[in-house]
Design a protein around this ligand. Sequence first.
Ligand code: 2M8
Length: 416
Amino acid sequence: MAAATRVLARNWRGSYTVPAAGLYPHQWSWDSAFIAIGLRHISPRRAQQELDTIFSAQWADGRLPQIVFNPRLDVHYSPGAAFWRSERIPGSPPVPTSGLIQPPNHALAVLLVHQADPEASARRRFLPRAYERLLAWHGYLADRRTDPSGLVHVLHPWESGMDNSPYWDAPLAAIGETFRGDIPRPDLDHADASHRPSNAEYGKYLYLAARYRDHDCDDRDAGYPFVLEDPAVNALYARSEWALGRIAELLGNDPAPHADRAHALTEALETLWAPELGCYVARDVVSGELQPYRTVSGLAPLLIPDLPHTDELLTMLESEHFGLGQAALVPSHDLTAPTFDSSRYWRGPSWFNTAWLIAEALHERGFHDEARSLASQMADLGLEHDFPEYVDPISGEPRGTLRFSWTAALSLDLYE
Ligand code: 2M8
């Protein structure tokens, strides 16, 4: 507990927590929600502040930005504030941000942070304030990002939080273009190149980001070349609608619209079910093709109550593809796939945030032993390796950077 608390203190910047001191020197949206979930055990007030800070960077259209930049550290991360120039874009907030989004885990975090200390929450009027922000955020997803299928889409691999997942290989390859300018890689000063996405992938990332920026981050432009429906993004959205319903109830409002939305998303997720793989997959909206890979994103719908494929997903989790109980945590990609890479970012390594989500889902479904064993593995691996960003699922060795905030925060959550 003390070691995790120290990491969070070291990465605290007065009103938010950076994911890691060198590699990620700004505030990231879904990181902050995961961090707040752990922070609530040390200081509910700091956890509220973490979320308030990300909410204060909300755009006029309701989007919560992927990154809120500290402009003084712009050369240390790419692409930064000078790339996005968000201040020129109508509806952007007074602080510099990226125009993209990240997965919507915020309502889940707000509910847990509130419940950790309802009195402190009431004193600071945290819940009503957060509720307004969450309504606008979910409204943005419903109005600007929802497809005729009923699912929300991402317009960039970064929006999924799982940057180089194999899901994106074919859709990125189908885009003939790449970024023509310089491709700075300050990330390689802080992590081994073999643990990070490739230069070719960064060329595509920057091309797509620049294109979105140059269209003023306007979602009504129909011509984006990368439009993908991701299972984890939609599962977190559904799960967050359930949380928002509970928040509405606590504030004396009607929870029914949130339950309806969560049900509609669960039903729409059916279009991403791949029976031959035994899990959910992503769909490329441009080509219409399902992306035939088993990834941890495809297991994330376990987070939703009343899911039709729960048994199949549990079987998949325990199979040789994800090796629950055998592998370290939960691999980000199928251990048996030719595309599996035990070190490279979201193509195989096990991450602590996804392990936490799966542990939560197992716990809620009554698999208490399995949930506890995953939780204690997280705590042990975190402590043993100084809270790594991710680990090799076979050896358990640390990968990426160390003293990573959500690893520390979520390990703390599990000490309870
Ligand atoms: C990673 O993504 C950023 C871009 O957002 C990057 O590669 O520079 C991902 O692991 C993402 O899920 C995470 O939120 C972010 C910061 O920890 O790093």
